[in-house]
Design a protein around this ligand. Structure first.
Ligand code: GTP
Ligand code: ZN
Length: 387
């Protein structure tokens, strides 16, 4: 590294005071250090004055990163590829070139996980909401009737990201008695095989410490419908009410959420540490390449399916279908099978839309190549004479 040793420099030069312990609360570990060293050693991504940093906030063309030199605002234009899935996103670890004015993000370190969703627009493309998430914290309110289908949808999405889902049933204080709470928790567990289900109340503090311990050390992304209690839970976990999540609430009473920025915040060391990413309320969340996640969200169905007589069994009316047999004998709630089918169908539709988009893009590239080919031919032949 070529850090300036100019002691007289009183400016906030990024290389002035490097303190790698600044990265520790943000999850810096030996593996990230190794990935960073690789990126810096690579001629394609080397930078004159490189620093590692974690993206804590993204704006148009710029982002804030926590680095050993403190928090830097850096340009991201050098790493804006055509693929929207590779755009700099909250939670990314990056190599920052501190030599630039302003500093700029040189490259992203390979992501461990990526939280993506399909945009709700007609143009079907993925949008990365958060990178390097360990725990996908799905908040579902006990203040309303449990929507198991919605839970399954969130779980599929969470599993697809590579993060481990944790299901929190918020507003537990609104449930009148413990028997009802136990019943609701059991219902949620049926829809979340292999997932920890925790009732919590930000109001009374019930379950918050247990949750903090589950999330300790890792990066957590908070997901859930608008009004599920995410911000309130984030405040409880962060241990302060001065929420740095910038939410501009709609005052017209429609409750449209207009969260404009995403933030990554360190959790208190006393609770075990870790970081929290608060994304805008995921309304009408879509599936994005969630087929793998579906398999995990419906793990017990996949297990049964392995025992069907036909390997391509659609669990419709086939003889020797282990899934239908389980529905028949009551070991698999029929609702689970219906929900699984619905999400599978949805995913297939989405995949088809993506394919259509890719085909259109390929046509575009082909047309450009044709045009370029014509251009090159003309150059070889010289400008065409006007008759
Ligand atoms: N009784 C009770 N109410 C809660 C609890 N947590 C949140 N609430 C209330 O639920 C409402 C929604 O909470 P928020 O934290 O704003 O929900 P959100 O998920 O962040 O909503 P969006 O920002 O729209 O995505 C607020 O009126 C909170 O006061 C809780 O533990 N108990
Ligand atoms: Zn079957």
């Amino acid at each position: 590294m070529s850090h300036s040793t100019n002691a007289s420099s009183s400016s906030a030069s990024p290389s002035a005071q490097l303190d790698f312990s600044r990265l520790a609360p943000y999850g810096w570990d030996d593996d990230w250090a190794a990935a960073y060293a690789d990126a810096v050693a690579d001629a394609r991504t080397a930078a004159p004055d490189p620093l590692p940093g974690r993206v804590v906030r993204v704006d148009r063309g710029q982002c804030d990163l926590v680095t050993p030199a403190g928090t830097l605002r850096a340009d991201t234009e050098f790493v804006v590829p055509r693929d929207p899935m590779k755009v700099v996103c909250t939670g990314d670890w990056a190599v920052v070139d501190a030599d630039g004015a302003p500093p700029y993000v040189r490259t992203l370190l390979p992501r461990r996980t990526a939280f993506a969703r399909s945009t709700s627009s007609k143009r079907s493309e993925g949008q990365v909401l958060a990178a390097n998430v360990d725990h996908a914290l799905i908040a579902v309110s006990l203040g309303a009737e449990l929507d198991l289908g919605r839970i399954e949808r969130f779980l599929s999405l969470a599993w697809s990201s590579g993060a481990s889902p944790v299901l929190v049933l918020t507003k537990a204080d609104l449930v009148p008695d413990t028997a009802t709470l136990a019943h609701l928790t059991a219902d949620a567990e049926t829809s979340a095989p292999g997932v920890q289900v925790l009732p919590v109340s930000a109001e009374t503090g019930e379950g918050v410490d247990v949750l903090a311990a589950v999330l300790a050390g890792g990066t957590t992304a908070l997901l859930g419908q608008s009004g599920a209690g995410k911000s309130t839970l984030a405040n409880a976990l962060l241990g302060r009410s001065a929420q740095t999540v910038q939410t501009i609430r709609d005052r017209d009473g429609k409750g449209r959420h207009t969260t404009t920025t995403r933030n990554l915040l360190p959790l208190p060391a006393a609770g075990g540490g870790g970081t929290l990413i608060d994304t805008p309320g995921l309304r009408g969340v879509g599936l994005w390449e969630a087929e793998e996640g579906l398999g995990q969200a419906f793990a017990e169905i996949e297990e049964l399916a392995a025992r069907c007589r036909f390997h391509d069994c659609a669990h419709d009316a086939e003889p020797g279908c282990a899934v239908l047999a389980a529905v028949e004998d009551g070991t698999l709630p029929e609702r689970r099978l219906v929900s699984y089918r619905k999400l599978l169908r949805e995913n297939v539709r989405l995949a088809a839309r993506t394919d259509a988009r890719l085909r259109a893009e390929q046509r575009q590239v082909f047309k450009q190549r044709q045009a370029l080919g014509r251009h090159m031919m003309e150059r070889k032949r010289g400008p065409r004479r006007k008759p």
